[in-house]
Design a binder for this molecule. Structure first.
Ligand code: EPZ
Length: 417
């Protein structure tokens, strides 16, 4: 499959779908499968590039992994290695999440710095601080990081920033560390709650996920586990954005609406009609969109940085001027020059994107530089007059499963070259 999509804009996006499982939930859960030394059955697993990269890491550690439709089974009983090759580390950001899990099982780990979307510097200092707080000896040399967890102990850990990954690494190591560990200023994303549920399913004792304080009582008595991954809230936001920019209507099943209140609040401010059920969201955008004074990305439950590019696309065709403020990453506006090539009217200044809405975008050839930017440019193409060519879709495939096919089923005129 090529890395380019061709979209002829103007078709309304209407219909119904079941959203894929959450990328940012399944990745730490796949890492956690090494902890129990047993069988881990994971349902609703999106078969995306980052999942395959995680499976490559699990197999390199000696785990046996099988895939049957959207169920992935990991047998970690014969795990035989505690090192991750740097080529595998470089594949994605969440390779770093394996560190806490490997330390929990093997008491030592050898990694190198992870890869991931280029959103500005992506340090792992908070992760290393967590490991040191838990008694791990950390040595960095020649790009490698050697971690010795022979003397790990419980701790009270206060995170300088509610880092999602650092919170997850703390949970993964602490669940197998004797005593009670308390994490304060923890990330509160729904994916953290899903990881807690998975760990408790294998016999861990974690509570408080979803709040800023998580308490973990360590154990070494784990069991097999079966778990269904939550729906992907950012992919849900992506399909809502597709309906929003084409005056369409959509119903998305398999999502907990409470996971995306900040996003649905934005669409309500834009004038969309929204109906929420226990496990679905419906949205109708038959009229044009209103502008929104300011959208500021914040840690959950604030507006998610992963939906920032989508917000820029939606507000670029809203009536009036909107401001989007990116507070989480220092270089996450690379989709803006590409949107301006499509006749958007956006200027950026430091953390701010000032968006003057236009009536409609114009087709152009644009390039995606990261995962969510790729999705946002495709959504822009659905609105634009004429033909839009989006290249760089190797980024998209890291997080979206059968995206073009789903959009086609909803009425889009889109082909993957
Ligand atoms: C997770 O990344 C997500 N990835 C990201 O989604 C998401 O954007 C991010 O959380 C914020 O919500 C996965 O879950 C796989 P962070 P993570 O640690 O854990 C700084 C996507 O599109 N920081 O919460 O890497 C960091 O530079 C991806 O699906 C440190 O300074 O995010 C950033 O500015 C993109 N030192 C901020 O904290 C550290 O040790 C938030 O990072 C760690 C992070």
């Amino acid at each position: 499959m090529s890395n380019t999509a061709i979209i002829n804009g103007g078709n309304r996006i209407t219909g119904e779908l079941v959203v894929q499982g959450s990328k940012n939930s399944v990745l730490p859960i796949l890492a956690a499968t090494v902890i129990n030394g047993g069988i881990n059955i994971i349902h609703n697993c999106p078969l995306i590039k980052d999942v395959y990269a995680s499976i490559d890491i699990l197999r390199s550690l000696g785990c046996v992994v099988s895939i049957e439709e959207d169920t992935v089974t990991v047998d970690s009983s014969n795990m035989s290695c505690d090192e991750i090759h740097q080529d595998l580390m470089k594949e994605m950001r969440s390779s770093v999440i394996f560190t806490g899990a490997i330390l929990a099982r093997c008491k030592k780990a050898l990694i190198s710095t992870p890869g991931g979307c280029e959103l500005g510097p992506r340090p792992i200092d908070l992760h290393l601080k967590v490991f040191k707080a838990l008694g791990v000896d950390v040595k960095e040399t020649h790009g490698y990081i050697m971690l010795d967890g022979e003397n790990t102990h419980c701790a009270n850990i206060n995170l300088d920033f509610p880092s999602v990954g650092a919170t997850e690494n703390a949970m993964l190591l602490a669940c197998a560390t004797p005593g009670t560990t308390v994490i304060t200023n923890a990330a509160q994303e729904p994916e953290i709650v899903d990881l807690q549920d998975f760990l408790n399913g294998m016999g861990a004792n974690v509570k408080g996920a979803g709040t800023s304080t998580i308490e973990i009582s360590g154990t070494n008595d784990f069991c097999d586990v079966s778990h269904k991954v939550i729906g992907d809230r950012i992919v849900t936001a992506t399909y809502l954005s597709a309906a929003a920019v084409t005056k369409g209507s959509i119903k998305i099943n398999g999502i907990n609406p409470n996971h995306i209140n900040a996003i649905t609040d934005m669409f309500s401010l834009c004038g969309a009609k929204i109906n929420k059920g226990e496990d679905f969201i419906e949205m109708e955008c038959k009229t044009g969109l209103n502008s929104v004074s300011c959208i500021s990305t914040m840690p959950h439950p604030g507006f998610p940085t992963d939906a920032q590019a989508l917000a820029c696309t939606v507000l670029s065709v809203a009536d009036g001027t909107s401001v989007v403020e990116e507070n989480i990453f220092s270089s996450r506006f690379r989709h803006i020059p590409e949107l301006n090539r499509m006749n958007a009217d956006i200027i950026t200044k430091d953390k701010l994107a000032i968006i003057r809405g236009v009536s409609r975008l114009k087709g152009a050839s644009v390039t995606a530089y990261d995962l969510r930017g790729a999705a946002a440019l495709i959504i822009a193409g659905l609105n634009a007059y004429g033909t839009t060519t989006v290249s760089g879709l190797e980024h998209l495939d890291r997080g979206y499963y059968l995206f073009e096919n789903q959009l086609k089923n909803l009425g889009a005129d889109i082909v993957r070259e």
